[in-house]
Design a protein around this ligand. Structure first.
Ligand code: NAD
Ligand code: UGA
Length: 435
């Protein structure tokens, strides 16, 4: 089976490497020459646990290669995946489909023999049909089908998610396309992965609906965390008690600074726009978006109040900048919404992140001191804010920390620590949804 993966980003590179591991011959094609050059030198452009070994192994064994030349790879391919970015379009919140459509045009010109073009990018309902129209217009001779195969991997756990998914969703219109996709995913039969086959529109909507539902769960528990603080309840206990009900489930009920990342924020917004366009109400999704913005604003207030209401001249150590641990991805990270307002009010920030500092540099305001290690970040600060729950921050030497700090405020936006333990260690400890 020969596969072309257009886009060698978080999804394209992981999917390409995993398909190669399944035994397919994969070419990852990207317009970013520096990325392809780096990959050909054996350098992995993103931080994703396990990806380095997986890519290198399959590259060395000749099943995974990297190129900028679409025209060399596509004619041979049985399946061409489009895994380019679909960021929020500036100004209106819709998904920006320019990269998808450009890829479709580029592919159309190189097709030779029957090929299945598969949207793996997260795209609005109707995009696969539009891709089919573009290809037919560009190349009236092309023998092809389009399919939708949305991706559900999480950053930081991407390889495990791809190799052991809860389900594979295939939106198809022909038996030939379905057969090819089933053959590609055949190794997952061994672990009895359900393959959910449906039409193009349903597959496209499953992806947005799933992300919006997960985002709603998070916003729900984040709103509960505010109520917990006001009534003296503990949001961890509430979430645990709720999650014991199998109908609710315990996952994605962890209160925090609001969801971030390259997908929940943009996909909830895009779903709201799709629904508006079709005159359909998705009030719950709109409320989840609003609640998420409010949660981030509430975190700014929480930190300010923890410092006595006045942050001017106070030094704050921020542990973690990325939107979640085990990634270097800073897209829509809560730190990007929480730190600038504190800095505007005069807070001095010393930040540490195991992987995201370089990316954060270009996105956060100037003036932040990026520390190489935790000890350097927390030295002589008035407060510590635990922003992202990297493993490195889960077992801090509390006595050592207290001694290196000037103040004793510890704001834990991920509820990593035990309230009593932190109070006993001498901290003014503030967390989320726990009094
Ligand atoms: P990304 O920005 O990391 O990567 C996209 C890549 O596509 C870039 O390297 C870019 O240079 C390349 N590209 C753009 N136009 C191209 C073209 N015409 N030809 C070749 N390459 C081109 O994006 P990502 O995070 O991998 O997301 C890709 C898609 O997958 C999005 O729709 C996203 O919503 C979806 N998705 C992402 C995740 C995730 O965890 N990041 C998970 C599931 C789904
Ligand atoms: C999410 C989905 O989980 C994936 O299934 C999906 O494929 C992906 O989006 C996508 O479409 O790109 P990801 O954004 O990588 O994956 O990470 P998550 O683990 O879902 O976390 C997203 C955000 O929600 C993070 O900021 C995280 O801290 C936050 N979160 C998550 C919470 O605040 N509480 C939780 O209980 C879970």
């Amino acid at each position: 089976m020969k596969v072309v993966m257009i886009g060698a980003g978080y999804v394209g590179l992981v999917s390409g490497a995993c398909f190669a591991e399944f035994g397919a011959h994969v070419t990852c094609v990207d317009v970013a020459e520096d990325k392809i050059d780096a990959l050909n030198r054996g350098e992995i452009p993103i931080y994703e646990p396990g990806l380095d070994d997986l890519v290198k192994r399959n590259h060395v064994q000749g099943r995974l290669c990297f190129s900028t030349a679409l025209a060399d790879a596509v004619p041979e391919a049985d399946l061409v995946f489009i895994a380019v970015g679909t960021p929020t379009r500036r100004g209106d919140g819709h998904a920006d489909l320019q990269y998808v459509y450009t890829a479709a045009k580029d592919v159309a010109r190189c097709l030779s023999g029957y090929t299945v073009i598969v949207d793996k990018s997260t795209v609005p309902v109707g995009t696969a049909r539009q891709v089919a129209r573009i290809i037919a217009e560009e190349n009236s001779e092309a023998d092809f089908d389009v399919a939708s195969n949305p991706e559900f991997l999480r950053e930081g756990a991407a390889i495990g998610d791809f190799m052991r998914p809860d389900r594979v969703v295939l939106g198809v219109e022909s038996e030939r396309a379905e057969a090819r996709l089933r053959a590609l995913y055949r190794p997952l039969n061994l672990i009895e992965t359900p393959i959910h086959v449906t039409n193009l529109e349903s597959a496209e909507l499953i992806k947005y609906a799933s992300n919006a539902f997960l985002a709603t769960k998070i916003s729900f528990i984040n709103e509960m965390s505010d109520l917990c603080e006001k009534v003296g309840a503990d949001v961890q206990a509430v979430a645990k008690g709720m999650g014991m009900d199998g109908r609710i489930g315990r996952k994605f009920l962890h209160a925090g600074p609001g969801y971030g990342g390259s997908c929940f924020p943009k996909d909830t917004l895009a779903l709201a726009r799709i629904a508006q366009e079709h005159g359909s109400a998705v009030r719950i999704v709109e409320a989840a978006i609003e609640a998420n913005a409010a949660q981030k604003a509430r975190m700014v207030k929480k930190i300010r109040e923890a410092l006595g209401g006045e942050v001017a001249g106070k030094t704050v150590a921020v542990l973690g900048l990325t939107f979640k641990p085990e990634t270097d991805d800073m897209r829509d990270a809560p730190s990007l919404a929480i730190l600038p307002p504190l800095m505007e009010k005069g807070a001095i920030i010393r930040a540490h992140d195991p992987q995201g500092a370089e990316e954060a540099h270009g996105l956060l305001p100037d003036g932040i001191v990026y520390a190489d290690d935790i000890a350097d970040a927390v030295c002589d600060v008035d407060a510590v804010v635990l922003m992202t729950e990297w493993n490195q921050y889960r077992n801090l030497d509390l006595d050592g920390l207290r001694q290196s700090m000037r103040g004793r405020v510890f704001v834990d936006l991920r509820n990593v620590y035990d309230v009593e333990q932190m109070c006993e260690a001498g901290f003014d400890y503030i967390s989320v949804g726990r009094s």
